[in-house]
Design a protein around this ligand. Structure first.
Ligand SMILES: [Fe+2]
Length: 314
């Protein structure tokens, strides 16, 4: 696969410091302030390196999304595909950039090293008739250290023109479709992760959520519990398991209004020929088990304000 990862995102918010404090608590590692860019805050994951930059913006939104490729040939292919779609793109030695008008996001396809993750075996789970963890307490209950996301997993975007945005990401950038909810969204991948990008129709372009990989379901629960102990109003939706992608999830809300998800045990598509994309509708398109999603997850409370802001923006 020419595309191999999400590199980094640039998120715009009106309240940079408050939002930066939230992502520090969330478990991302703050990087030293960049003197060349005052007001910007950058964060790293354990395995993905610098993956989140927060900058000032009058309204919350995703400004930039980075997709990693291996070499200049990959950039040539993306540039040609964007040209065939009639999408203007900028090109230099190491990247191709283009904006998707529906989501307002600039996608930067860039030559980048692949994410190397140390093999992390799942803890042993006892089951009826099977006791791989005999005479021991579960490791998940004994952990004391703060939860640290391993990498950025995916972003979900609201688009004012979903079909065009989806074509931009698939036919233009080159993401593949893993599963589909007809008329609503397609789960798109630029790596072996089941999904890295999802675009849904919305009355205004906005960032619905970012999702961050943790080791296992205990880390999903521990991470969210620690965030809620500090501020219960952050709770949005969880603990549950998605049907599409199979991952455990827990969603929290940052001070700008973006949702942030801890996830573990996502489906991985290593051999494209062996994965059969499915078409899913109804509840399954949202989740397999767990509490039902709150209305504010499906349509964030600030959508009206974001629309008003978008109309005022120069
Ligand atoms: Fe998600």
């Amino acid at each position: 696969m020419a595309l191999h990862r999400l590199t980094r995102i640039v998120m715009g918010v009106p309240n940079v410091e408050e939002t930066a404090a939230y992502y520090t608590e969330f478990g991302l590692r703050p990087c030293a302030p960049d003197q060349a860019a005052p007001g910007e805050r950058t964060f790293a994951t354990v395995d993905g390196g610098e993956q989140l930059t927060i900058v000032h913006s009058p309204r919350r939104r995703l400004i930039r999304l980075g997709v990693g490729v291996d070499d200049p040939d990959d950039l040539d292919r993306v540039a040609a595909a964007l040209a065939a779609l009639g999408v203007p793109a900028g090109r230099d030695e190491i990247s191709v950039r283009a904006e998707d008008p529906g989501t307002g996001v600039t996608v930067r396809v860039e030559i980048a090293a692949r994410v190397a993750q140390q093999p992390t075996p799942a803890p042993a789970f006892n089951a009826p008739g099977v006791t791989p963890r005999a005479d021991e307490r579960a490791p998940g209950i004994l952990r004391q250290q703060p939860v640290r996301p391993r990498k950025l997993g995916h972003v979900v975007l609201g688009s004012t023109d979903r079909e065009t945005s989806q074509r931009f990401f698939t036919d233009g950038i080159g993401l593949k479709v893993s599963d589909e909810v007809p008329g609503i969204a397609a789960f798109l991948r630029c790596s072996t992760d089941h999904h890295n990008v999802l675009v849904q129709q919305a009355p205004v372009a906005f960032l619905h959520h970012t999702s961050w990989q943790v080791d296992d379901v205990d880390e999903v629960g521990r991470g969210a519990s620690a965030m809620l102990e500090a501020d219960p109003s952050r709770h949005t939706w969880g603990l549950g398991r998605h049907f599409i992608g199979s991952n455990f999830f827990w969603y929290l809300k940052d001070p700008a209004g973006n949702f942030s998800e801890y996830y573990s045990d996502l489906d991985c598509i290593v051999d494209d020929a062996l994965w059969k994309p499915g078409v899913w509708e109804g509840a399954r398109s949202l989740w397999a088990w767990g509490p039902p999603p709150p209305a504010s997850f499906l349509a964030p409370d600030d959508l009206g304000a974001l629309m008003a802001g978008a109309h005022q923006a120069p």
